[in-house]
Write a protein that binds this ligand. Structure first.
Ligand SMILES: [Zn+2]
Length: 322
């Protein structure tokens, strides 16, 4: 019985405790629900604030994007304008460069023409200073004027002449060439002496008369007009040797003649009347200064002065004393 009673008491106690626990649990649950509700309101508020902020930010970003687009369009337009201007300037530059090059070419042509004119003037002035008679061919139909006198004469060094006591004259512009030739011949051991150089018309006439006295009518062949004309120029020399002297006999067999044939052209001298020429008798002793250019050409081509055309000869006048 006691047991039954204890059991009933225990059940009542247990039921009381359980009711208390359930009550406590309900209270906790209610408190939790209330807390959650509070938090939900706070979160909703915060969410609303955030949304407002985001919308504002999006709006301002949209404005900025719009501004940037406008700016980009402006920049594109500016670039297009600048590009067009650059192309235009490029064309202008090309035009200007083309004009510059044309002008430069014209100036160059002009300079070249001026240079040519100056060169021609200098050539003409040089030609004017050279006596054209010095390269003329004299023949039985073309004489040197009897009044002709060389522009200036120089005395030939006595050591080169056949009679040192007499004075011998030579064209002063051709004298340096003769002087070097004589010095070289002497250095080569050649016995060559000048026996006749410049002769005036009067001296020539006297000489011709004396030949006539000695040789009679044969003097015309020995000392005709064309012969004395060359001596009257002042640029012609008769050579001999100490051994042969004034007779000239056998001069063509001497070492002096051979030396002259081999070397005289280098100093501007040529043989006027070679063997078997059509113009005059053979005079191996008679050498005329015609300038180095012409003398060397004649030597190279194995030609003689009197065989050349006068117009061709005249082209060498400019370089006569070079
Ligand atoms: Zn002569």
């Amino acid at each position: 019985m006691e047991k039954e009673k204890a059991k009933k008491i225990f059940v009542r106690v247990a039921a009381g405790a359980a009711a208390i626990l359930v009550g406590a649990a309900l209270a906790i649950l209610l408190a939790l629900i209330f807390w959650l509700k509070e938090n939900k309101i706070i979160l909703e508020n915060e969410l609303a604030q955030t949304r407002i902020g985001f919308l504002s930010l999006a709006k301002s970003l949209n404005v900025k994007i719009g501004d940037l687009n406008t700016s980009l369009e402006n920049t594109k337009r500016d670039l297009a304008i600048a590009s067009a201007q650059r192309d235009h300037l490029g064309l202008q530059y090309n035009d200007a460069m083309e004009k510059y090059l044309q002008e430069k070419s014209r100036m160059d042509d002009l300079h070249s023409q001026i240079g040519q004119i100056q060169g021609s003037v200098q050539t003409l002035e040089k030609l004017k200073s050279i006596d054209p008679e010095l390269l003329k061919k004299y023949s039985k139909v073309y004489f040197l004027n009897e009044n002709y006198i060389p522009e200036s004469l120089a005395a030939i060094d006595a050591k080169y002449v056949f009679k040192p006591e007499e004075s011998y004259l030579f064209h002063s512009k051709a004298w340096p060439f003769l002087q070097v030739m004589m010095a070289t011949a002497f250095a080569d051991g050649i016995d060559a002496k000048i026996i006749s150089a410049y002769r005036s018309f009067g001296e020539q006439m006297a000489l011709k008369s004396s030949y006539k006295v000695v040789y009679g009518s044969g003097a015309n062949q020995f000392s005709a007009d064309q012969g004395y004309s060359e001596h009257q120029l002042g640029t012609t020399i008769d050579f001999t040797t100490a051994k042969i002297g004034a007779s000239f006999s056998g001069f063509e067999k001497t070492a002096a003649y051979q030396w002259l044939k081999d070397n005289a052209h280098q100093y501007g001298f040529v043989l006027s009347y070679p063997e078997n020429n059509r113009h005059y008798q053979y005079e191996p002793w008679h050498w005329r200064f015609v300038g180095r250019d012409l003398a060397q050409k004649l030597h190279r081509e194995q030609k003689y002065f009197y065989d050349m055309d006068q117009r061709e000869i005249d082209e060498f006048l400019i370089s006569l004393f070079d």
